[in-house]
Design a protein around this ligand. Structure first.
Ligand code: PLP
Ligand code: COI
Length: 390
C-alpha cells in the first residue's frame, strides 16, 4: 500500500468491509462537535528512542497500565485539525503542517519526543483516506482530526516517560456551539481564575491546561456563558478563552487579536486571519488588548464586535461578556458604572449583541477558503489523495 506522504511501513488492519460505514452522513445523523467517531484510528508507539509500528486499526478502547505516567502526571498533548469536503467531491486538510509543527512544539514544552512532520502528515492523510465516507457534506460540518500523544511508561517517579503512544482519531463534527454561527456566545471574564501561568505551559496544547480551565468554565456555565475569557497573570490584558483565541473589532473595521505570548496559544485560525490582513477587505492586527481599554472601548462604542477564533469554533461571534458578581473586578466595574446589569449579571454588551458585519464577512471568507469556494493562499489546503483501495 502506498500513501501520499510515504509512511512505507504503515500497516492496515481494517474492519471487514461490510462492517464499515457505507453511505455519507445524512442531516439527521450528524451530531455537534466531537461526539461521533469514524471506523478506524491510527496508532504509533515510541519505544527505545524510536517511533515504531505505525498502524491503522478499528477504533477501539486502548489498553494502558494503571501506573502509566499520563494517568498521574498528565504528560499528554493534543492537536485539532479539520478536513473539508469540497465541491469537486474531494477532501482537503487545512494547514495540517502547522498543527504538526505545533505538536512538536508542545512536545518540547512537555519533554515529549518530536514526531517527524512527514510521519504525522502521512498518518492524517492515510487515516482520512480510509475513512473518507465519514467526511460530512453538510455546510457547517467537517471532519475533525484529533492527534493525541500520551506517556505510557508505568512508573510512579516524577520524570518524563520513556515511552509514548500517538493516537489519531477522527470525528465528523457539526458546530462547536449550539445554534452555530448565528447565535453569538457569552463569555465569562474572570480576574479570579487563570488558565496558565506566565512562563508556564500556555504555548503547549497540553491536557493539563484544559483541566485547569474546567473550574471557571463550570462557574461560567452556571451563569450562562459558553467559555471563559482569561486575563494575563497581572490581570492587565486579555489573553484568550479556554478553546479559542479572542479578537475585538473596532468601529473602523480593524480586527485586533493579542500577541501569542506564553499565556496565549499560537492559534492556526488566528494566524490565518492575521495572514489575510489586506486581503478581501480585511484589516487585522496583533497587539495587546488591555482590559481597561477594552472595557472603555465597548462602553464608548469604539469596539463594535468581538469574536473567538479556533479550529473547532471557527469564527464565533461574542455578543456579551459577563462577570461573576462575586469577582472583585465585577465589583470595581459596577462601582465605576462600566457594566450594565442584565439578568442580575454584570454585563458588557458588545455592539447590539448580535453578529456584526465584520465578523460575518470574516466568517464568509474563512469558511469559503476552507470549503474551496474562495481561492486559498498557497499551501493552505492539501488534497487527501485516493491511495487506499481494498
Ligand atoms: N486557544 C486555545 C486554548 C485553544 O484550545 C485553541 C484551539 O485549538 C485555540 C486557541 C485556537 O487554535 P487553532 O486555531 O489552532 O485551533
Ligand atoms: C480546537 O479547536 O481544535 C481545540 O482544540 C479546541 C477545543 C475543542 C479544546
Amino acid at each position: 500500500m502506498v500513501n501520499s506522504y510515504n509512511l512505507e511501513d504503515l500497516a492496515y488492519h481494517l474492519k471487514p468491509k461490510a462492517e464499515r460505514r457505507q453511505k455519507p452522513l445524512e442531516d439527521g445523523e450528524l451530531k455537534s462537535f466531537g461526539k461521533m467517531f469514524t471506523d478506524h484510528m491510527f496508532l504509533i508507539n515510541y519505544i527505545g528512542g524510536q517511533w515504531i509500528n505505525p498502524r491503522i486499526v478499528p477504533l477501539q478502547p486502548l489498553q494502558i497500565h494503571p501506573a502509566a505516567k499520563v494517568l498521574h502526571y498528565a504528560q499528554t498533548l493534543f492537536e485539532g485539525i479539520k478536513a473539508y469536503m469540497h465541491p469537486d467531491d474531494e477532501v482537503y486538510l487545512f494547514r495540517a503542517d502547522m498543527n504538526a509543527n505545533r505538536l512538536n512544539n508542545s512536545g518540547n514544552i512537555l519533554c515529549m519526543p518530536n514526531i517527524p512532520l512527514e510521519v504525522q502528515l502521512a498518518a492524517y492523510h492515510a487515516l482520512i483516506d480510509v475513512d473518507r465516507i465519514w467526511v460530512p457534506r453538510q455546510e457547517d460540518a467537517s471532519l475533525y482530526v484529533r492527534p493525541n500523544m500520551f506517556a505510557t511508561q508505568a512508573e510512579f517517579g516524577v520524570a518524563p516517560s520513556t515511552t509514548y503512544t500517538l493516537c489519531v482519531t477522527l470525528s465528523p463534527s457539526g458546530s462547536y456551539y449550539p445554534g452555530g454561527f448565528n447565535s453569538p456566545v457569552k463569555l465569562l471574564l474572570t480576574s479570579i481564575y487563570h488558565r496558565v501561568a506566565k512562563s508556564g505551559t500556555g504555548q503547549a496544547k497540553a491536557g493539563g491546561n484544559y483541566a485547569a480551565s474546567l473550574r471557571p468554565l463550570e462557574i461560567g456555565r452556571k451563569l450562562g456563558s459558553k467559555q471563559v475569557l482569561f486575563l494575563d497573570s497581572l490581570c492587565e490584558s486579555i489573553t484568550e478563552t479556554g478553546a479559542m483565541n479572542f479578537a475585538t473589532i473596532n468601529a473602523n473595521g480593524q480586527i485586533v487579536t493579542p500577541p501569542f505570548t506564553d499565556e496565549v496559544l499560537a492559534g492556526i485560525t488566528a494566524t490565518s486571519v492575521l495572514e489575510l490582513d489586506g486581503k478581501h477587505g480585511l484589516k487585522v492586527t496583533q497587539k495587546p488588548i488591555r482590559l481597561d481599554e477594552m472595557v472603555d472601548g465597548i462602553n464608548s462604542g469604539t469596539i463594535t464586535e468581538a469574536n473567538g477564533f479556533g479550529t473547532a469554533a471557527v469564527i464565533s461571534s461574542v455578543g456579551r461578556i459577563i462577570l461573576d458578581p462575586k469577582d472583585p473586578l465585577a465589583k470595581k466595574l459596577m462601582q465605576e458604572g462600566k457594566v450594565t446589569i442584565e439578568d442580575e449579571q454584570p454585563t458588557l454588551k458588545i455592539g447590539n449583541g448580535e453578529v456584526g458585519e465584520v465578523t460575518r464577512h470574516l466568517y464568509d471568507i474563512l469558511t469559503g477558503i476552507h470549503r474551496g469556494r474562495i481561492k486559498a493562499p498557497e499551501g493552505w489546503l492539501k488534497k487527501v489523495e485516493r491511495n487506499f483501495s481494498d
